[in-house]
Design a protein around this ligand. Structure first.
Ligand code: B12
Ligand code: SF4
Length: 520
């Protein structure tokens, strides 16, 4: 980065601030540590009102842009502001890096942060010296107002949902009331470079959102803190129309519907499926839903969803222990039975059941962890094709369980930068550190090796890799059944093989973190 800055200076980029007369907004999307590359929906959402108001938009997504730092800094030379979208975790690293560099080169250029992390921790985020503005919650109209004011060199006072700095003080305006989804403008998909995403990910796909919020409030989940609990959704006709149009226009193979809980309204879900079947849809789509809601459908109804293209439902099973389910605040709506029922029915309908699990939730004991392993093993054996993705519990700001952070001994970060290490793949908790953490990671690695999983990104396995995987799966399952993780020679073999036979998947970020899908 220092080199880039020097180069910029050397070529004599000396624009101090032409910015205020500019109509260009530069968005930066930091690497999200996953091969599942596609257009950032949050940015496409906030871009539309800006485009309609005559602003020019430039999006630089670090995952698909070689030399992204240089590109961002060049683009900023005639921009009105830099706007970044981020969630808690490793995305913060590149955010900080780019914001600092931008400030060095263009000290007066406003840096605006939006998305989940700034929404959940606005004060701490704004306190960073390289951040000028934070937007809390829905950004469509908040950012438009911010940009108008920046252009007019006016104060940001009074814009709902916005925090800013004035004379060195942090000022927070009143919260912005949430808009229902049907009052939000369409996303600016045409700004996305789907060819570049396809080159990185191996699959041509996009995210789409058809409802907002979730009626539940699980202990580890941050959704209620940003979107509340009032589920609201688009009508089936609109969902069918928009998804058909998106898939045709951008030649997509898959639409991942990122709603928190797609199946809240049964009739709506069936209406969407009927509409897609009627339109002879020829694409795959997947959703997130809780197991109790999946269980309300009959196999016949799920078969209808399958015929319409539904290929997978991602569900938060989270634990195989009723006790932990209770600790997570899920027992009121999700019983272990519904996990089994969802697996059974989806398997019968030909839709892949994809479950998320959380280990080391506060209060989880060894026997609870064993119950979770048993649930995974039993379901995967009984329903081939069912898959489980595991996470180590990660305490996110805004989640109900974080109210007990002090009592639990969680060291809550005090600055924006300190949050960059919060990532479910390597989170170290006070009750899960040292040897315990190591053992947990080994166990998770065996779970990865014991059964197949299908990520969004295309991963082609040659015959040799497939055979090796099948061979290693046998001892991995034995170990998981018997709780034996010492001398993990299969993992060493696997790692050695990976080093020799380089993965076909592209490397997305320097840390090569594998992402685990989000929980529902
Ligand atoms: C899709 C998704 C992913 C995809 C992202 C793919 C991609 N190319 O973007 C993948 C699978 C990679 C992913 C990974 C992870 N994710 Co994720 N993901 C989501 C999901 C389901 C949808 C995000 C989305 O696009 N929503 C639709 C858009 C339109 O809404 P939005 O993002 O809220 O944007 C609005 C506002 O936030 C704001 N806004 C957004 N950006 C900006 C920028 C500016 C400048 C402004 C002003 C405003 C603004 O305006 C937008 C419009 O109103 C959300 C859940 C959710 N309900 O949003 C979780 C969610 C964001 N993920 C989460 C987590 C925890 C993860 C993982 C850690 C999961 C894991 N186990 O590994 C990883 C971390 C990746 C990383 N960055 O480090 C958490 C984040 C919590 C937090 N505190 O930040 C969420 C909220 C899920 C949850 N409830 O826990 N995720
Ligand atoms: S984890 Fe899933 S079911 Fe629980 S509150 Fe969050 S979105 Fe809803």
């Amino acid at each position: 980065m220092a080199e880039i800055l020097q180069q910029e200076r050397a070529v004599g980029l000396k624009i101090k601030l032409t910015a205020m007369s500019s109509k260009k907004v530069v968005f930066f999307f930091p690497a999200f540590s996953s091969q599942e590359a596609t257009a950032p929906l949050g940015i496409l959402a906030v871009a539309t009102p800006l485009l309609r108001a005559g602003y020019q938009i430039r999006i630089i997504d670090s995952t698909i842009t070689p030399n992204f730092q240089k590109t961002v800094l060049n683009e900023l030379s005639d921009a009105l502001c830099l706007a970044v979208s981020l969630v808690t975790g490793p995305m913060i690293r590149e955010t900080v890096q780019i914001a600092r560099a931008a400030k060095l080169l263009y000290p007066d250029l406003p840096v605006v942060l939006g998305g989940w992390h700034p929404s959940l921790l606005p004060d701490q985020t704004l306190a960073a010296e390289y951040v000028d503005v934070v937007v809390q919650g829905q950004g469509e109209y908040a950012l438009l107002e911010v940009v108008h004011r920046l252009e007019d060199r006016a104060s940001l006072a009074g814009i709902p949902g916005v925090g800013y700095k004035e004379d060195g003080r942090l000022i927070f305006n009143a919260a912005r009331p949430l808009l229902p989804i049907h009052d939000l403008p369409p996303k600016a998909y045409h700004l996305a470079d789907f060819n570049a995403y396809e080159r990185t990910c191996g699959r041509r796909w996009a995210m789409y959102i058809s409802s907002l919020a979730c009626p539940y409030n699980c202990g580890y989940c941050t959704n209620a803190g940003v979107y509340g609990r009032k589920w609201n959704a688009l009508e089936p006709e609109q969902v069918v129309e928009e998804s058909m149009d998106l898939v045709t226009r951008y030649r997509l193979q898959l639409l991942w519907i990122v709603d928190d809980n797609f199946l809240v309204d049964r009739e709506r879900a069936l209406g969407i499926a009927e509409g897609l079947v009627r339109r002879e849809a020829k694409f795959d789509w997947s959703i997130q839903a809780s197991t109790n809601l999946v269980d309300r459908f009959t196999v016949e109804e799920l078969k209808l969803l399958k015929r319409s293209g539904l290929s997978q439902i991602a569900m938060g099973a989270d634990s195989g222990s009723t006790r932990v389910m209770k600790l997570m605040g899920k027992d009121s709506f999700q019983k272990i039975d519904t996990i089994w029922a969802a697996a059974e029915k989806l398997h019968a309908a030909g839709v892949r059941p994809s479950f998320n699990m959380i280990f080391a939730y506060p209060g989880e004991e060894e026997k609870d962890c064993r119950e979770s392993i048993k649930l995974i093993m039993d379901i995967c054996r009984r329903y081939p094709g069912a898959e489980f993705w595991t996470n180590i519990f990660t305490p996110y700001p805004g989640a109900p369980v974080m109210e007990r952070a002090f009592e639990l001994g969680i060291q809550v970060p005090k600055t924006l930068e300190e949050w960059s290490d919060f990532f479910p793949r390597y989170t170290v908790l006070p009750w899960m550190s040292g040897k315990k953490h190591e053992r947990m990671q080994t166990m998770r690695e065996y779970l990865r090796m014991a059964f197949q999983r299908v990520p969004v990104s295309l991963h082609r396995k040659d015959r040799f890799t497939r055979a090796a995987h099948e061979l290693l799966a046998i001892p991995s399952r034995w170990r998981l059944d018997h709780d034996v993780y010492e001398f993990p020679f299969e993992i060493w073999l696997n790692q050695a093989a990976r080093r020799v036979f380089k993965p076909l998947k592209p490397k997305v970020d320097a840390q090569q973190l594998s992402s685990e899908p989000v929980t529902c």
